[in-house]
Design a protein around this ligand. Sequence first.
Ligand code: URA
Length: 225
Amino acid sequence: MADDQIDLFNADAVAPADYEAIPTDSKIPITAGTYDTLDDLAAHCHQCQRCDLAPTRTHVVVSRGNPQASIMIIGEGPGQQEDEQGKPFVGKSGQLLDKILAAVRLDTEKDVYICNAVKCRPPGNRTPTTDEVAACKGYLLEQIRLMDPKIILLTGATAMKGLTGEKRGITKIRGQWIEWEGRLCMPIFHPAYLLRNPSRQKNSPKWLMWQDIQTVKAKLDQLNA
Ligand code: URA
């Protein structure tokens, strides 16, 4: 058998991913079905050059948590800690996110899968541009297709607008269930916004987040009943 042939009778044989065939030019879309697994997707993300964030990143930040979880959480993009460690939401915002989830008995490694609208750190933690979000969107859509979550939480305006195109402000629509492509989504505040607004008074951002996460947990329990 020639070296480049795949032995179909060998259970361990795996077709080598043809990364050359997968578009790294941001003008060429990543179509649904490009990846067979989340591992294939991650392998390609690690060599991605689709936008101007590639040259300045330390690590590509693809995901953390459980790919079999019912809840997907989408953030904006990696910050410094995430860029250094190669994992999303591991800095201050991530620690607060873990606490919010723990308050309703959700474990970040077991009960959720966490990713971002863009997978490379925007320099100086600026908001990613529309072009950067668009260049990365095919990866996000493939993560959603392959992971197939029951609930998607969109943290902050960049995640919300990037995925759904929704232009209303996050304060207007947070806490409301929206249907996007037949999927149940809820926009919620970004944890960084809560860090900047620490009040716990009634109707404060933190108080509202507490309402929202309880609504999410109740829906999850209902879906799992
Ligand atoms: N903020 C985000 O939106 N994502 C991260 O991964 C970290 C901070």
